[in-house]
Design a protein around this ligand. Sequence first.
Ligand SMILES: Nc1ncnc2c1ncn2[C@@H]1O[C@H](COP(=O)(O)OP(=O)(O)OP(=O)(O)O)[C@@H](O)[C@H]1O
Ligand SMILES: [Mg+2]
Length: 237
Amino acid sequence: MDDAMTDPLIEASGLTRNYASRPDRVAGVSDLTLRVGRGEFVVIQGASGSGKSTLLLMLGALLRPQRGTLRVDGVDLCGLNASGLSRFRARSVGFVFQLFHLVPYLTVRHNVLAGLPPGGAVDASEADRWIEALGLTERRDADPATLSAGERQRVALARALVKRPSLILADEPTGNLDPDNAARVLEHLDRYRRAGGTVVLVTHGSEANRYATQRLRLEAGRWVSPSSNAPSHASAS
Ligand SMILES: Nc1ncnc2c1ncn2[C@@H]1O[C@H](COP(=O)(O)OP(=O)(O)OP(=O)(O)O)[C@@H](O)[C@H]1O
Ligand SMILES: [Mg+2]
């Protein structure tokens, strides 16, 4: 734990991203502080529009903060140009989304191979290892359109895990799954974490709470107490 706190995987302070197109109300995230140690499973909850995806996109270097500092996996994400950011993503981050985002004209195996980082740093045989680990061997040559939702999300997981990322960013990964498949996906994420990985997962639900090493809650772009069901301003009274 001490190591995790002295060498955090994610360190953010004053992180802010507002959308200029929404001057009528708070949109985006404001002044967020975040510290995530290696080996953590962070669960972020919050209502629709509270800024969860905005935060996740910044952690994955897909969206630039407007203010604040952000270090992930030893890299200052605010100081990188576009090619530096894409190198960072290729090396360090695996993404998993609610709607899977598989490539429809590639087989399961080729979707997983697509997750390998450029440059041959990871052997292609790793793809088959993950296909087997995620119970997809029989669907290896199938088209994504013929898969069940649970199978699709396991392909997306294999694609994210195959490059051995330092960090998995998961945006509602169980949002389209039945309880059994949701539990299976969370179990695989936790297995990756126990092997030394780090997970930041965004969700509306509560089924990931049992895996959480840190629980956070966003409301209108700011942290509030995770146990509070009331609006954040109510907690001051
Ligand atoms: N590209 C954009 N342009 C303008 N406003 C945006 C943009 N992206 C997000 N927003 C606004 O910023 C706020 C936060 O959006 P975000 O997608 O981060 O919320 P969320 O917590 O992920 O919601 P959900 O649970 O519905 O996915 C919302 O009010 C949204 O409408
Ligand atoms: Mg979202």
